[in-house]
Design a protein around this ligand. Structure first.
Ligand code: AMP
Length: 160
């Protein structure tokens, strides 16, 4: 369990750590990999969400998933990228979260994942929560906490 006071302050801040869908770079599951390679190179993110035509969340695609498909025995075969769809190589076993978030779960998941996709009940993609935005909120709390709460240190045995 995380401290209720921290959970409350993070919850009050939670709209700040969502990057809304319209601001998130994405590729479509039916795009060919050559197009996806262009998008990923242009936006300079290592990994981005994959959506379908109805803006439903389907998975994640990274540069390394694309380069993996180009690996031949002793050279890169770029021609294959126009034959393989994003949906053929994307990652699908990643965790997703729902708004309103379970803050404790989000904190745990962001230890291993640089960002989490926010997906509603019907599968629609609403945005991402990134480590960076959460760190900004934690930074804010670290500065503001003692303005809202009185903190009393518990004496250790050695101090008594
Ligand atoms: P950050 O915490 O800002 O470094 O972001 C962590 C990761 O989230 C990035 O490496 C990307 O994979 C993803 N990401 C962050 N912002 C965006 C965005 N606007 N569009 C797509 N992916 C993003």
């Amino acid at each position: 369990m995380i401290a209720k006071s921290i959970e409350k302050m993070l919850s009050e801040n939670q709209e700040h750590f969502l990057i809304p869908a319209e601001m998130v770079a994405n590729v479509q599951e039916n795009n060919f990999l050559d197009h996806a390679l262009l998008v990923l190179t242009k936006v300079r993110y290592a990994k981005i969400p994959v959506l379908d035509n109805d803006y439903k969340f389907k998975g994640l695609l990274s540069l390394s998933m694309i380069t993996e498909t180009m690996l031949g025995l002793d050279e890169l075969d770029v021609s294959r990228l126009h034959e393989i769809y994003v949906k053929d190589v994307m990652e699908t076993d990643m965790p997703t979260i729902q708004d309103p978030y379970d803050i404790e779960n989000v904190l745990h998941l962001l230890v291993d994942h640089p960002f989490l996709s926010v997906v509603s009940n019907d599968g629609s993609f609403t945005g991402i929560v990134t480590r960076r935005e959460l760190m900004k909120s934690l930074n804010h709390i670290a500065h503001e906490f003692e303005k809202d709460y009185t903190v009393q240190a518990i004496e250790t045995k050695e101090e008594k």
